[in-house]
Design a protein around this ligand. Structure first.
Ligand SMILES: Cc1ncc(COP(=O)(O)O)c(C=O)c1O
Length: 397
């Protein structure tokens, strides 16, 4: 779908590493170039035409994001540098204040490092406890296992909506209903979901929701933190400086802006904001349902074709996203990645930043194939052809 929109696809390239980052459509690139070429100015600082134009587009992008994830107010949308930044801001800025010694956060062993390490750091600082929701035999999260993990000290559950290795789609709505019944807040890492399916933060009951622009056809270095307004009103900024203060005096008395400006100190990644807005418009024009449907069809087809090769092990057949975790018997995952690169096929090999999953999976490394809407069935056929090469092992050695 829409391959002609992606200039990089004019090259000989089969890009199956969309979990790491997505390719960029020309319209998004043009929007960024247009800002740098024709109306460069800072945001919220000038009274001249270009500055006012930047203000208008910057503020309008907040509306675009709000509508895209179905937030209630545009003030609930904070521009950040990406999911990692968004999660750190919530974990230290909100939970760093809210949690008390002995309180518990529930995560799983398949979370990305960005949803694990900040909690470990906070645990050291505040003496809170990080506990794990057990995964089932498919490495999925079930409501029963969430229920079993909740204790009277559980104050927050922090989960990816879709994980980056197994690609399982978590039942966030049911989990948040359960969590809220116990007065527990829910943080959702949307890095692998928002680009691939319709996301409705209110319907799923997310208290906080984090994602990155670069995985959804936008520029690198821009991301979003959504938070319910009353929670953001009680969140502490991690950065202080220009743009987030209303006034301050020599004796240290200061008055800060309200949300969202409170959390956007310093000159922001304006080109990133503009590019993200254009990327979201582009994705919306295609339709998130269509994107999701196409990815699931690619997945189904790829599984069917991969099964023609007896040496291929598929680890996550039961998941419902465009992410496939595989290995080729007796070939090291990294070697397989390098081999496929000879055919201009890009996949991701390694442990994918979910390092504590290793024990539960029983393997250290996998090859991750992750689809997006511009991938085709023919591309999958090319990969299968490469994998069926009877000399594959000789070519690797
Ligand atoms: C599930 C998940 N969470 C968080 C991240 C971190 O995203 P970023 O590197 O854009 O901050 C990623 C990136 O791959 C991810 O897959």
């Amino acid at each position: 779908m829409n391959r002609e929109d992606f200039p990089i696809l004019k090259n000989e390239l089969i890009y199956f590493d969309n979990g790491a980052t997505s390719l960029k459509p020309q319209c998004m690139i043009d929007a960024v170039v247009d800002y740098y070429t024709n109306y460069t100015a800072n945001a919220h600082r000038g009274d001249y035409d270009n500055s006012l134009k930047v203000d208008a587009i910057y503020d309008y992008t907040r509306e675009i994001v709000k509508d895209f994830i179905h937030a209630e107010q545009k003030e609930e949308i904070i521009f950040t540098s990406g999911t990692t930044d968004s999660l750190n801001r919530v974990i230290f800025g909100y939970f760093g204040v809210y949690l008390k010694e002995g309180d518990e956060v529930l995560i799983t062993k398949s979370e990305h490092a960005s949803n694990v390490l900040p909690w470990f750091e906070l645990a050291d600082l505040k003496k809170i406890k990080v506990s794990y929701i057990e995964l089932d035999e498919n490495l999925h999260v079930t409501l029963e296992n969430v229920k079993a993990a909740i204790t009277p000290r559980t104050k927050v559950i922090s989960l990816a909506q879709v994980t980056n290795v197994i690609g399982d789609v978590r039942p966030i709505k049911q989990i948040s209903e359960l969590a809220h019944q116990h007065g527990i807040l829910i943080v959702v890492d949307g890095a692998q979901s928002v680009a691939h399916m319709k996301v409705d933060v209110r319907d799923m009951g997310a208290d906080f929701f984090a994602f990155s622009g670069h995985k959804m056809c936008g520029p690198t270095g821009i991301g979003i933190l959504y938070g319910r307004r009353e929670l953001l009103n009680n969140m502490r900024p991690l950065e202080f400086g220009g743009g987030m203060n209303a006034t301050f005096s020599p004796n240290g008395v200061r008055v800060y802006e309200e949300v969202p400006e409170l959390f956007e100190a310093g000159t922001q990644h304006i080109a990133g904001v503009i590019g993200l807005g254009r990327a979201i418009q582009y994705l919306s024009e295609i339709g998130m349902d269509l994107i999701h449907k196409h990815e699931l069809e690619l997945r189904k087809y790829a599984i069917r074709r991969l099964k023609e090769i007896p040496e291929i092990i598929i680890y996550n057949e039961k998941s419902e996203s465009g992410i496939l975790a595989i290995n080729y018997q007796d070939i090291f995952a990294q070697d397989l990645g390098i081999y496929l690169n000879n055919y201009h096929i890009c996949v991701r090999s390694g442990n994918h930043c979910a390092k504590i999953l290793r024990e539960d999976m029983g393997i250290k490394n996998t090859c991750r194939i992750s689809f997006y809407f511009y991938n085709t069935f023919e591309e999958i056929d090319h990969m299968i052809e490469a994998l069926k090469n009877p000399n594959i092992k000789n070519e690797i050695i």
